[in-house]
Every structure is written in C-alpha cells, then in structure tokens.
Write a protein that binds this ligand. Structure first.
Ligand code: BGC
Length: 252
C-alpha cells in the first residue's frame, strides 16, 4: 500500500463507517466497512466499536507501519476535545476525545467534526473542487451539519444547522430526519429548506452551496424547488465524504 493512503472513519448517530483512501484520487481503495453505533452513543462503547472496525481495516491493508488515521464525529471539536452533543450521548461534552481514542488505539489520530470532513472532501475531490470564494456545504441527515470553505480553506466548527429560525433550532425543522419524522412530502420539506438556505444566503452571501448527506442522491426531488440567488449543487461523495475528508485531513 502506498504512502499516500490513509484511513478515514466517520462516526455517526446510527452507523460507524471506515475505509482506506487514496489521497491522490480521493477513491476508496478497500471495501467500506460499516457497523452499527452502539445504543446510547456513549464514549466507552463507541471507542470499543471503532477499535474493532479499525482492526478490520488494518487487516485489510497488511502494512507494517500503521496508516495515518482521521476520525470525524458529529460534534464541535476544538483541539481534540468534543464540546457539543446534539444527537449523541451528553457524556461527549467537554471530553478529551482525541486523546481517549489515541490511548485506546495506541496511535496518533486526527479528530474533527463530521460536516467539516465532508466539506473538505467535496472541496478537494468533489462538487466544490476548484471553487473560489465562500462555499457552504450542508449535510442533511439526522441533524444539519455545515462546513465553510473560503478558497478551499476550511473554517471549522461553523454549526449553522443550529441557527434559530422561526423560534426553532433549524435542524429540528429542516434536517432530513424532520421530513421522515413528520412524513413530509418533498414539496413541504423543500419549503423548509427554502427558508433555511435563504436565511444562510442573507447572512453570508456564499458563492456556492453543496448539499450532502444520503438524501442528496434524491436531489432532483427537492433542489429544483428552491429559489435562491446562490448556485446549489448536490455533493458528489454523499455518504463517503466524511471518510474521505477525515483521511485527507489526517495528513495535514
Ligand atoms: C451537530 C454537528 C454535526 C451535524 C451533522 C449537528 O447536530 O451539532 O456538529 O456536524 O449534526 O452530524
């Protein structure tokens, strides 16, 4: 395995997935392994489950020296410490997560926010490749994750999914989980997205929106319903973007 390979692991509220990534092409060079996130999402259980997933990836590459490892997670992460927990156990708040994983794995890791990883991946290998100015990536899933990139440089921990809109946390109304929970039609959900993206536009005047998360594979159902002044395009890497970005950021 070449030295421009790294492992990316994406920890989410329902699944933990990982693969080895070719950092030149941005392609997965092993099968993507996915396991269920342990019930409750507590730190000790997630560390154990992630260690088992990592052992399977290490076995797949058969390297003498371990590959660089990036891990992304659905929380604000500053200097390796998780500072929030919107859809995961509150035990993560204030935890020295990077250190906890490093001790459990016996190796150095790079620990970052999941939307930031996805945004970095789309900027380097996907829909925002070569984009100039301000790109805002949003992931529409259980929550809304956001990444801000200016001329390809990531400004981490933007958390614009938690903007207060019409008296509610934006992600509670406009995340994909809200559509599922409330059995909304595409049209009804798109009205909420319109309100959300228009508000982002007014606040930040971006040059491009990229829409990620698994639901972006159905982008024809909702992106044409939005009326914005900013171009809005689907992500290219969807559910693999976190893995790609975590692996790529591990090398920086
Ligand atoms: C969290 C973010 C995360 C996003 C997507 C939000 O609820 O606050 O940190 O990026 O969900 O997982």
């Amino acid at each position: 395995m070449a030295t421009d390979h790294a492992i990316g692991i994406d920890i989410g509220g329902t699944g933990i997935k990982g693969a080895v990534v070719d950092l030149g092409s941005g392609e997965l060079v092993t099968e993507r392994i996915k396991i269920r996130t342990p019930e409750g999402g507590r730190p000790a259980d997630i560390v154990t489950a992630t260690r088992e997933l990592l052992a399977r990836l290490d076995a797949a590459v058969q390297e003498d020296a371990p590959l660089p490892l990036g891990v992304c997670f659905p929380a604000v992460v500053r200097a390796g410490r998780t500072l929030s927990a919107a859809n995961i156990s509150h035990e993560w708040i204030g935890l020295a997560a990077e250190e906890l994983f490093e001790q459990a794995f016996g190796r150095h890791i790079h620990f970052i926010n999941d939307a930031d990883a996805a945004g970095y991946a789309e900027s380097r290998y996907g829909a925002a490749r070569d984009a100039r100015g301000l790109v805002i990536l949003t992931t529409l899933g259980t929550g809304i994750g956001t990444a801000l990139l200016y001329d390809g440089v990531l400004v981490p921990n933007s958390e614009l999914g938690h903007l207060e809109l019409d008296g509610a946390d934006a992600e509670d109304r406009a995340a994909y989980s809200a559509m599922e929970r409330e059995s909304l039609s595409w049209e009804a959900w798109a009205k909420r997205l319109q309100r959300y993206y228009r508000h982002l536009e007014l606040l930040l005047t971006p040059d491009l929106f990229v829409v990620g998360g698994g639901v972006s594979k159905h982008h024809e159902q909702f992106l044409p319903l939005l009326d914005l002044t900013t171009p809005i395009v689907p992500a290219v890497h969807r559910n693999n973007a976190g893995i790609l970005g975590a692996a790529a950021l591990a090398m920086l």
